[in-house]
Each structure stands twice: as C-alpha cells, then as structure tokens.
Design a protein around this ligand. Structure first.
Ligand code: DX5
Ligand code: ZN
Length: 218
C-alpha cells in the first residue's frame, strides 16, 4: 500500500490535495504537537474535516505526548488506522484496545533509535507497526537504511506466524529507497515529498507502487 503524507501538501487545500492522489491506499496524516516532536501540524478538527472530504482511508500518525488520552478520539473521528509512539505511551496495550474498540486499526510506531524486540509480545495487540526511517518531525529528510533490520525482524515474526501486522515505513521513501524497504519486508510505504513534490502526485503514487511490487517479487 502507498500512503501519501499530506505533511508535504498545501494545507490550505487539503481536500483537493487528497483528490490529487486518488489511487492511494491510505492518506497519511501527521499529527504533531510541538512536544513529542519539535514541529506543530494539525489535530482532530482537521482530521474530521478531511474524513468528510475524501474517501481515502486516513492513516493518522500521532507524534504527540500522552497518546493514551488522545488516540481513541482519532478512531472515533473515522480514521482507518491510528498509530502512536511507544516512546510516548504510558499503557500501549490499553490504548491499542481503545483504538480498536472505536473501530480503527491500531498502530505502534518506533523512532529510529528504538528497538522492537522489547515490544514483540505486545505487538499481538496491534494491526500496524510503523518503523520510522527518519527522526519524526519533518518531511524531506534522508532515508535511514540502518533501521531496516527492524523491518526484517518484524517480517520474520510475521512469516513465523507470531504476528499479524502491516509493516509500514515512514520517512525518505522515494524512487531510490522504496525497493530497499520492500525487500526488507515493508508492505505500507508513506511518501510525502516524493508524492506531493512531483508534478503529477497520482502518477508518483503509481510509480512507487510499481517499484515496491517489483522489489517484493524479486
Ligand atoms: C515525518 C513524518 C512523515 C513525513 C515523511 O515525521 O512522519 O510522514 O511526512 O515525509 P517524507 O516522505 O518527505 O520523508
Ligand atoms: Zn508520518
């Protein structure tokens, strides 16, 4: 699945920017609170409006403190997937259950420096593992190939039947990096600048999907 990130879109025209990537599988929505990360973006009111403006399932990536308090509200607002950071959560399992109870998929995200081994057991409570391939906070950063062993490890756990999850990568995904992430075992690819920086965002989505597919089939 390809999930264009609206962080790189024009915030004054979000409905039109969603329409511009009609073939996308998920629309990635970066919620930043200026505490967990140094950047500030948007919150629940914008997600609610976006939900009404597009049929593309919303993939909310919460880079916020106290996700235990706020994450279920994004599921109630109609997000398809709500991902929060393990580094910020007080009770990740409880929060995952609340997200699922509100009707969304639950995602757990790890920053580049956070290992996944300590969380393999609780990942049975999640639908998505989001492996950050840049430090969260800003679009347009360089892809960190050094985190791909975490993607590989998650894929092994899935192949072994221990987990059932989407493995999503976020940060620096573009024509020249998506194959490495796909080969490592990712199956959801967030792309901000590579999609919204392109002359034709819908075409960029298709091109990324083709590259990921080729890499998976190799
Ligand atoms: C970064 C965000 C990403 C961002 C990716 O903290 O989580 O979703 O939009 O942007 P690109 O694809 O430009 O690296
Ligand atoms: Zn993101």
């Amino acid at each position: 699945m390809i999930a264009p990130s609206i962080l790189s879109a024009d915030f004054a025209r979000l409905g039109a920017e969603a329409d511009a990537v009609e073939g996308a599988d998920w629309l990635h929505v970066d919620v930043m609170d200026n505490h967990f990360v140094p950047n500030l973006t948007l919150g629940l009111p914008v997600v609610k409006s976006l939900r009404a403006a597009t049929g593309i399932p919303l993939d909310c990536h919460l880079m916020i403190d106290d996700p235990d308090r706020w994450a279920p509200g994004y599921a109630e607002a109609g997000a398809a997937n709500v991902t929060f950071h393990i580094e910020a959560a007080a009770d990740a399992v409880q929060t995952a259950r609340a997200i699922r109870a509100a009707g969304a998929l639950a995602g757990l995200s790890v920053k580049p420096g956070t290992p996944i081994e300590p969380y393999l057991e609780i990942l049975t409570e999640f639908d998505t593992l989001l492996v950050m391939t840049v430090e969260p906070g800003f679009g347009g950063q360089a892809f960190m190939a050094e985190v791909l062993p975490k993607v590989r490890r998650a894929r092994e756990e899935i192949r072994a039947g221990h987990l059932r999850l989407f493995v999503e990568v976020d940060g620096g995904i573009a024509d020249d990096t998506i194959a490495a992430a796909a080969e490592a075992g990712a199956d959801v690819f967030v792309a901000g600048s590579a999609v919204y920086g392109a002359d034709d965002p819908a075409k960029a989505v298709e091109a990324l999907r083709a590259l990921a597919r080729d890499a998976m089939n190799d």
